[in-house]
Ligand binder design. Sequence first.
Ligand SMILES: C[S@@+](CC[C@H](N)C(=O)[O-])C[C@H]1O[C@@H](n2cnc3c(N)ncnc32)[C@H](O)[C@@H]1O
Length: 231
Amino acid sequence: MLFDEPYYISINEARWTVAEKVLNELKVKHNLALSSCLDVGCGPGWFAEKLVNWGVKVTGIDGRLELVEAARNRVANASFELVDVESKTAMSSLSKADLVFAFGLLYHTENPFRVIRNLHSLTEKVLLIESQIIPGDNPITWLVEEGKNETQGLTHHALIPSRSCLLKMLQVAGFAYVYEYLGKVDHEDFIETETKYGRRGIFLAAHEKLQGQDLVECPQITTPKYEFHKS
Ligand SMILES: C[S@@+](CC[C@H](N)C(=O)[O-])C[C@H]1O[C@@H](n2cnc3c(N)ncnc32)[C@H](O)[C@@H]1O
């Protein structure tokens, strides 16, 4: 399975190091009781297993049956369901979870705003989300045709948001507090160099005010109308 190749394992390790640190901080600093977790776009369950071992009851959802079945075989102590995260109806049939965990998913969807709204409706306390983000300040999405394999979106066409677009969608969906993780993530996809933009970010969206090392609260994003006048 592609998910087992070294690229995926190394980026997973780097992302989990940060996710675990943030979750530990929420537990210790804020006494935030996180007992249930929805792992959205869970693939064959790599993060689900980490989350179970971290001490939370996990339900994983994915839109591909073969991945749901693989996850069921790999992670005994979690449950897994076949769900299209873009569907409001399918998502509204799920129970809310204290923690919604959405790594590697959003930028594989055709309707990321719908997905964010669906995730908001299922978040009891916090949403921890990792996504590719398009560089630049404008609140835009970028349409891509994806590779045709099981790690990608269900239709293989996806809209990747810019940072400000993602923040605004989280705010409009109803999260009162949105934070960006600005600490180090030990993988090249997260690191900007002289020749390359960083292409991923990690964000925490919450209903209550939180604090964490390297978590920076994002200001309200404004999205004025497009200026059609030529300057
Ligand atoms: C890049 S993989 C990420 C897997 C895992 N979360 C990780 O970060 O390693 C994207 C996953 O999202 C799933 N996915 C993509 N679009 C989806 C949709 N609309 N509904 C449910 N799952 C979807 C894919 O099947 C795939 O398992």
